[in-house]
Design a protein around this ligand. Structure first.
Ligand code: NDP
Length: 457
């Protein structure tokens, strides 16, 4: 058997790569990890974590106003963007340090460099100008924001990568896209006091969710004062004086603003890594093709997380990484289970969703019952907030099993995490009905919906 420098070499120290590397090292493997940017990856450094901190910041923008109905009078409030960004950066530095420590404590070597494959067992460390060899190689390089380079002036717009480091808060932001990032940043900027316009090419934003979620979030954005333009794309972006820009849309409308933001999806980070040369097959979207064990077309090369473009969510990458380490380094064959993955959109109000949307359930099952409710949550009676809460259960009428649960409203992501346990356990509508309500909460509506929803003809 040839001797290699490492049992495992991981390229990319994001959520999936770190999880896999730590576990493998804890199981006794000699592990090396290369990261070209910062250990922690998109989620920790320029994704979920800093995004959520900005979401918290933006919620205060509404809280001062809403507190009046509860008897509070706040003096002149001011918002300091550089202070928020500096505090956010301190927190991200702290987490980055923890990730580095955890990897080192597990016994992994970390290389602060871009790494490319030379062949199936050799990795070139670009900054160090040398090669290392490994028995197994794990690609966990994630993805990167995609921008539409065919749009003239497209490079005048930023992506989520830059949004976390803007020197000043913009006055007017125009965002392209109708997915997670577009909706979340529209709410963040609006909550911080910016004018926001969201431009979406289709009709229903968040179109891969249940349609009631799309509709509720669309209305929520409008209630926040976000201008939502559908059936439109950017045709051209022009630089005006200073920071100002003009966005020309396919509909003929022009919008002047000082920040343009691409949120039109992400692409797997597979370019220029020597993958094809090493024989690693890619999908037509440029993702690494893997089997159910996260194994690529080259036997000793594996891939987890967004670079495989399966379900692009942090907890999924973490579980894929763990399953890989269990299988390959702990002699415990483990496959990732993709059923009933809960997800959230941190809009205002936020979304929580698990299981099948109604349209998918209708395709897959013969008889579907729908239960849904839409109400003004108690907190908003005195606060004056116009926001509402929507809850929906999708039920297989033949077995009574709850197939999907979809919520838009305060606390939705927290509720959905717990509902995901119930759905995985196979909860039926009767189980929901027999569960005692907890009063007064919004979540009690989930166990008190009795009337089937009958669409108006
Ligand atoms: P999404 O895939 O969620 O949304 C992309 C949006 O861009 C869609 O509305 C899509 O339209 C639109 N779009 C795609 N191509 C074009 C184009 N050429 N012109 C105009 N519009 C276009 O991507 P995001 O960038 O929002 O997020 C990337 C990924 O990051 C997500 O898939 C998710 O996995 C992850 N993420 C998760 C979060 C969470 O869990 N809360 C938060 C942020 C990101 P259409 O719908 O018509 O295809």
């Amino acid at each position: 058997m040839p001797s290699y420098d490492y049992d495992l070499f991981t390229i990319g120290a994001g959520s999936g790569g770190v999880r896999a590397s730590r576990l493998a090292a804890m199981y006794g493997a000699r592990v090396g990890v290369a990261e070209e940017y910062r250990v922690g990856g998109t989620c920790v450094i320029r994704g979920c974590v800093p995004k959520k901190l900005l979401v918290y910041a933006s919620e205060f923008g509404h809280a001062f106003e809403e507190a009046k109905g509860y008897g509070w009078t706040a003096g002149e409030v001011e918002f300091d963007w550089p202070r928020l960004i500096a505090n956010k950066d301190d927190e991200i530095d702290r987490l980055n340090g923890i990730y580095i420590r955890n990897l080192k404590n597990a016994g992994a070597d970390i290389f602060d460099t871009r790494a490319v494959l030379k062949d199936a067992h050799t990795v070139h460390l670009v900054k160090e100008g040398r090669d290392v060899t490994a028995d197994k190689i794990l690609i966990a390089t994630g993805g990167a924001p995609w921008v539409d380079e065919t749009v003239p002036g497209g490079s005048l717009a930023i992506t989520s990568n830059e949004a976390f480091h803007l020197e000043k808060l913009p006055r007017h932001v125009v965002i392209a896209g109708g997915g997670y990032i577009a909706v979340e940043f529209a709410c963040i900027f609006r909550g911080l006091g910016c004018e926001v316009c969201l431009v979406y090419r289709g009709e229903d934003i968040l179109r891969y969710f249940d349609r009631d979620i799309s509709v509720a979030v669309h209305r929520g954005l409008q209630r926040l004062g976000v201008r939502v333009i559908t059936q439109a794309v950017f045709e051209k972006i022009e630089a005006l004086d200073g920071d100002n820009k003009r966005v020309r849309l396919s509909t003929g409308v022009s919008i002047d603003c000082d920040l343009v933001f691409w949120a039109v999806g992400r692409k797997p980070a597979t370019r220029g890594m020597g993958l094809e040369e090493a024989g690693v097959e890619l999908t037509d979207k440029g993702a690494i093709k893997v089997n159910e064990w996260s194994q690529s077309s080259v036997e000793n090369i594996y891939a987890v997380g967004d670079v495989t473009d399966r379900v692009n969510l942090t907890p999924v990458a973490i579980r894929e990484g763990a399953a890989f380490a269990e299988t390959v380094f702990n002699n415990k064959p483990t496959k990732m289970d993709y059923a009933l993955i809960p997800s959230a959109v941190f809009s205002q109000p936020p979304v929580g969703s698990v299981g099948l949307p109604e349209h998918e359930a209708r395709r897959a099952f013969k008889h579907i019952d729908i239960y849904k409710t839409d109400f003004r949550p108690m907190k908003n009676t005195l606060s004056g907030s116009e926001h509402r809460t929507m809850m929906k259960l999708v039920v297989d009428a033949d077995t009574d099993r709850v197939l999907g649960c979809h919520i838009v409203g305060e606390g939705a992501p927290e509720m959905i995490q717990c509902l995901a346990i119930a759905l995985r356990a196979g909860a039926t509508k009767r189980d929901f009905d027999e569960t005692c309500a907890l009063h007064p909460t919004s979540a009690e509506e989930l166990v008190t919906m009795r009337e089937k929803f009958v669409p108006k003809m």
